[in-house]
Every structure is written in structure tokens, then in C-alpha cells.
Design a protein around this ligand. Structure first.
Ligand code: ADP
Ligand code: MG
Length: 640
């Protein structure tokens, strides 16, 4: 099962004409795009039998040495778009990558597949460096990964000369994570801005940019800054059908987390928190509960952060509890859940962070646990930093609307990024899975809540209002005589979560607002006042609550969830996973570099019994079959 990014949003494909190649150093002869060699390469080195959407187009542009900009979501398979073409012809591909960890991962994967690839960066020992330069001189390398500093910073000249003097001509340059060039992106790297200089050093060599950041502004920036010449622009669909999105009103965080974790025993996940304190506390709690959890935030030392990151990548830990500082460079492909224990500051952030789940195309879950107070917190913070402006307000509004929305989450997210969702329902979000239940008479319900907010004098927060509505005689309620209000106990049959959820939804709809410096206090908006006066004042209001799970029915599963495990011998899967871990430890690489879960599941589904049969399994190329085939067959046959 692979992910299906079948909808191509905007791809204008004009004639692919190689530009004249001038002078030094000689560029590799532009190959005429011919589909069959690429197919063969994919099969031989990666064990893949088909292209994902837009991959072939992107590869053709590389082969034709036509500048290109490829925008596809995380996990869509951008790396293959420059890796596979690099293996055709006798040239060298230079790949610019912003992080050593990213380079290392890709190079480990490539060499594991039998591809001559290397990276060159500051963390190498001098012997390692010498070896790379040797390979370069001899023309042994097909792909060389470098940081932007290598190409434009101090000492870049010497390095570039070596590239030019290598036995293999420079075929093309691929710029990965190209949004780093843009201040509008989320990981701005000044050195990226100077990459256009490569044009002077290697005239005629094509540049190919790759990113998962979709906004038009970033795309324009990339094109301009890299001085791309009539680039072929390929933009894939941003839908991630294998991700199931859920939004939960935050009632009691820990039980809510336990609920998610229970669905992911021994699986990898990330829990994003909005403060370092939350990270530390949640990590300690999870560890106390016997979970293999580590913390990651900017307040930790470099050393501690590296340790956490490595523990997660090497499967010593299952869960990372982190602030947004954790993210780029995390290529662990089997992340099965990403929880946000608090709202991020924009849907762009949310998409980026939640998108780290399910890179392997298998089912994964993204849960946003949110409270109306989160948005006030962001606002206060941004105001304090002097960053509160119309744009920020709009970004925050957008994520608030997503959180409180009652509708298909996939559709909502796509619409936000300017894409139309073609299907009527996704079958992979809380709404489409029927986990939300619309209330029958939302207007009456809304008016009960609004009226309670008015009765307590618009001076209390959501927790207090919830108590009054549910008829809870807390100390805070009785000490103020709020048990005598006419709205006391109006919603006594509703759960705390449900009432908190309704309040969040009214905030999202702009019927309530939050004010207050120290504590968020609920108040009516103009629209809220209007609805209180006149039940017909607001149209199209809907409110929803979580449906109570029906024990006789069991949880509904998304298509990806059902299909992903269909026919898989789970026990065998775990044994193969253990083998993968052993091999990874022995070789000092992360396990996902050895095999993806997709491959392990297929092995545990089809139980191949010969090397020949093994070669036909997804993700098993020639080298892997030679290298690990016997060990895998032993595990399948129960011999190991
Ligand atoms: P991106 O850079 O777009 O986030 P990657 O290049 O890391 O994505 O690819 C994500 C995963 O998809 C990798 O494991 C890759 O090997 C796999 N993949 C890429 N192309 C294909 C394909 N055509 N068939 C099967 N798997 C693929
Ligand atoms: Mg990538």
C-alpha cells in the first residue's frame, strides 16, 4: 500500500528543451528522457515498481537538464526525483541539503541500496573527507551531498574547483528543502540565498529545487533567488490520505493522551507542547508510566538534544515530547502519531508538524488537543513580542476555525492551501468517521451557553462557566452564589468535555471571545449578543460533541488503517522489526534506513520463501536482497 497523491493541482508543462551548455566544466550530455531506464533503476536499486504522481515528470526535467521547482508534501518522494536520474549517465549530481542529519540519512539509505553516494560536511574526520575527495577525483560518486556553506561560504572555491576537476562531469544540482531560501518559509537559511552563484561557476548546469512548502510567495522566492531559468514547476496535491485527523477539546490532557497512546503501543510518535515546562512535565509523567519517552526543546543543551533525537531515530525511544524546535531533519518514516497538546500558531505550522506522521505512506494519526485558551495565549505572546499584526491575527483565526470546525478535516486543510478536495468524505478524520455527533438544536444550546456567560457577568473563564452549566457545586461556584443563577445546571446531562467543546466552537464561530490579561475570561461578541436577543440572528450554526464510543461496534477505522494491516502476520512483523533493529545497531544507522515498515509488513504478509520471491517485495532492491535476504528468509521460516 502506498500513499496516493493522485490529484495534480497545477502543473504547467511546457516544452522541455535543454539549454545550451557552455564551456567549463563539461556538463554531462543531456539524456533524452526515455522511460525504461528509469523504471529499471527504480526496480533495481529501490525495489519499487511504479512512480508516484509527478515523479516521472520531475525526473524527466532533471534528465533534460531543464531547471525545475518541485513542490510536494512531506513523504511524497521528492528525493527519488533527483536520486534516480543521477544514476543515468556518467555525471555527478550535487545535492544541497540544510542539515547533516538529513544528508546522512539519505546517504546511508543510498549506499544501503548500492548507490555510490557520499556527503561532505564539517563533521567528517579528515580521513573521511579525504576518501570523499578521492571518490570525487576518480569519478566514482553518483551523488554528493553538501551543505550550502560548502558551496558559497569561505573556502567554497577550493571545494568547487575539486568538483570541477573530478573525473565525472557535474550533471546537475539539486537543492533540497529549497524553502530555506525564503524568509517567508519556516526555516530560513541565509546561505541558501547565495546559491545562484553556482550559475557563474557552472554555467549551463541545471538547478532543481525541491520543497514541501506550498505557498506561492515561497515558490516565487525560490525561483527568483536561485535565478531559475524558465523552470518547470510541478506542484503535487497536498492531501495526505493516510493521515487521520482528529480534534479534541482539551478537557483533561493526560487521560486524552493515554487514549491516543493506547492505540499506538510500541509505535513511534511525537507530542508537541507549547512550552518547555509542559515538555518536561509530560516527559517525566510518561516515563513514570513506563513509556520510552524523551524530551526535546531549545532549553536543553546541544548534547541533551542530540541524545533525545538519536534515541528517537534509533528506536531507543518511542515518543518524543517536544516544542516546535523539534522537527526538520527528522526523517524517521514510521511515525504513527503526532499529537499537539495545544494549538500551534497557524495552520501552516500545523500542517508542517503533523505532516511528520506517516512518511512511509502507512496509516498514521494526527490529533490536535485544543482549548480556546490556547489562542489567547498566542495572542498575548505575540503582543508581548510586538509581533501582533493583521497577518498573525488572520493566521490564528484560521487555525481556530479549523479546531472548532464541524466538517471534514482533510477538506478544510486542503481548502486552506488553495486546493479543492474532490471526494465527498475522506473516511479519515473524526468527522467523516462519525466520531463527532452534531447536536439537534444548536441555536438553543448556543443561547444557553451565551446566556450563562452573560449571567456570570462576563468575568469568568471556560472552566467556571462549564461548572455552572453542568450544575457542579464547586467552591468557586457556591462562594459566588452562582448555584442560584437560572442557567445553573442547564446542561447537567452533558460531559465536561462536551461543554468545553461547545464553548470552543462558539469561540471559533465568533459568538464568544476571550479577554483578560491574566486569565482568559469569556465574553460575548456583538454576534453573540445578537443571537442571545434573537434566535434567528445567526444562520448556519452547527455544534458537535464527541460521540460516546459504542462498545458493541468497536472503533471505526480509516481505510489506510484497515488496509495497512490486512493479512499481515503481526507477530512476524515484530520479529522482522527486531531483525531490522539488530542490523541497524550493528551498522550504526537508524532502522528506517534498512527497511521501511511498508516492506516489513509486506514481508509479513506474503512470507516469501526464496530469494527470488523476496526480490519482488516492495522496497527490496538487488543489493538489499543479496545483503539481508538470507537473514530475512530465516526469520520468516522460523529458523532465527
Ligand atoms: P519527501 O522528500 O518528499 O518528504 P522522501 O523522498 O523522503 O519524501 O520519500 C518518502 C518515502 O517514499 C521514502 O521512503 C521513499 O523511498 C518512498 N518512495 C519514494 N518514491 C517511491 C515510489 N515510487 N514507490 C514507492 N516508494 C517510494
Ligand atoms: Mg525530502
Amino acid at each position: 500500500m502506498t500513499a496516493d497523491y493522485s490529484e495534480v493541482r497545477a502543473s504547467y508543462v511546457t516544452m522541455i528543451a535543454p539549454r545550451p551548455m557552455s564551456a567549463l566544466p563539461p556538463a554531462a550530455t543531456p539524456a533524452v528522457p526515455d522511460p525504461s531506464p528509469l523504471d529499471a533503476i527504480l526496480e533495481r536499486y529501490w525495489g519499487y515498481t511504479s512512480f508516484r504522481p509527478l515523479q516521472r515528470e520531475a525526473m524527466d526535467a532533471v534528465l533534460a537538464r531543464r531547471d525545475s521547482l518541485v513542490v510536494m508534501p512531506t513523504g511524497a518522494g521528492k528525493s527519488l526525483c533527483f536520486q534516480a536520474p543521477a544514476l543515468l549517465g556518467d555525471g555527478l549530481a550535487l545535492v544541497v541539503s540544510p542539515l547533516i542529519s538529513l544528508m546522512k540519512d539519505q546517504v546511508d539509505t543510498l549506499t544501503g541500496n548500492g548507490v555510490a553516494a557520499a556527503c561532505y560536511h564539517s563533521a567528517l574526520t579528515s580521513e573521511q573527507k579525504a576518501e570523499v575527495l578521492d571518490g570525487l577525483r576518480a569519478g566514482r560518486l553518483k551523488l554528493l551531498y553538501v551543505s550550502p556553506e560548502r558551496l558559497v561560504g569561505d573556502g567554497a572555491e577550493g571545494f568547487l574547483r575539486r568538483v570541477a576537476a573530478g573525473a565525472a562531469p557535474l550533471a546537475f544540482v539539486a537543492v533540497d528543502e529549497a524553502h530555506c531560501i525564503s524568509q517567508w518559509g519556516h526555516d530560513f537559511r541565509p546561505e541558501y540565498r547565495q546559491l545562484a552563484r553556482l550559475r557563474d561557476v557552472f554555467p549551463g548546469v541545471s538547478l532543481h529545487a525541491f520543497t514541501a512548502t506550498a505557498t506561492a510567495r515561497v515558490r516565487r522566492d525560490i525561483t527568483e533567488q536561485l535565478a531559475l531559468h524558465e523552470p518547470l514547476e510541478l506542484v503535487g496535491s497536498f492531501d495526505r490520505p493516510n493521515l487521520t485527523y482528529r480534534v479534541l477539546p482539551r478537557a483533561s490532557l493526560r487521560p486524552q493522551l493515554v487514549d491516543v497512546l493506547r492505540r499506538h503501543d510500541r509505535e513511534a510518535g511525537i507530542i508537541y507542547c507549547t512550552s518547555r515546562k509542559d515538555v518536561d512535565q509530560l516527559t517525566a509523567w510518561l516515563q513514570g508510566e513506563g513509556r520510552r519517552a524523551v524530551a526535546y526543546h531549545a532549553g536543553l543543551s546541544d548534547d541533551e538534544r542530540h541524545r533525545s533525537q538519536d534515541a528517537f531515530l534509533d528506536e531507543h525511544a518511542d515518543v518524543v515530547v517536544a516544542t516546535v524546535a523539534f522537527g526538520m531533519g527528522i526523517d524517521r518514516s514510521d511515525v504513527r502519531f503526532v499529537v499537539h497538546a495545544g494549538a500551534p500558531q497557524s495552520l501552516e505550522h500545523y500542517q508542517q508538524e503533523s505532516g511528520r506522521a506517516g512518511r512511509d505512506g502507512l496509516e498514521a494519526e494526527c490529533v490536535l488537543i485544543v482549548s480556546g485558551a490556547d489562542f489567547l495565549k498566542w495572542r498575548t505572546l505575540l503582543e508581548k513580542n510586538g509581533e501582533w499584526n493583521d497577518q498573525r491575527r488572520q493566521l490564528l483565526r484560521d487555525i481556530e476555525r479549523y479546531s472548532s470546525g464541524v466538517g471534514c478535516r482533510h477538506k478544510h486543510l486542503l481548502a486552506h492551501f488553495g486546493e479543492r478536495y474532490a471526494k465527498a468524505e475522506c473516511g479519515a478524520c473524526d468527522f467523516c468517521l462519525g466520531e463527532l455527533e452534531s447536536v439537534d438544536d444548536p441555536v438553543t444550546l448556543a443561547r444557553k451557553i451565551l446566556s450563562c456567560v452573560a449571567r456570570v457577568g462576563q468575568r469568568f473563564g471556560a472552566a467556571h462557566v462549564t461548572n455552572v452549566l453542568r450544575g457542579a457545586t464547586s467552591e468557586a461556584v457556591t462562594s459566588r452564589g452562582h448555584e442560584t443563577l437560572s442557567t445553573f445546571g442547564l446542561l447537567k446531562d452533558a460531559s465536561v468535555d462536551a461543554v468545553r467543546g461547545y464553548i470552543d466552537q462558539l469561540l471559533g464561530r465568533g459568538l464568544l471571545q476571550q479577554t483578560g490579561d491574566q486569565y482568559p475570561v469569556l465574553a460575548l461578541t456583538e454576534d453573540g449578543v445578537a443571537l442571545l436577543k434573537d434566535a434567528g440572528a445567526v444562520s448556519g450554526l452547527s455544534l458537535a460533541r464527541q460521540r460516546r464510543p459504542d462498545p458493541s461496534r468497536g472503533p471505526r477505522r480509516s481505510k489506510a488503517e484497515t488496509e495497512g494491516w490486512e493479512g499481515v502476520d503481526r507477530d512476524l512483523f515484530e520479529r522482522l522489526r527486531a531483525l531490522r533493529l539488530d542490523v541497524a545497531r550493528a551498522r550504526g544507522v537508524p532502522p528506517y534506513v534498512i527497511f521501511h515498515d511498508t516492506t516489513l509488513r509486506e514481508l509479513a504478509r506474503t512470507r516469501p520463501s526464496s530469494l527470488e520471491a523476496l526480490r519482488h517485495v516492495y522496497g527490496v532492491g538487488a543489493k538489499k536482497a543479496d545483503d539481508l535476504g538470507p537473514a530475512v528468509l530465516d526469520v520468516i521460516a522460523g529458523r532465527a
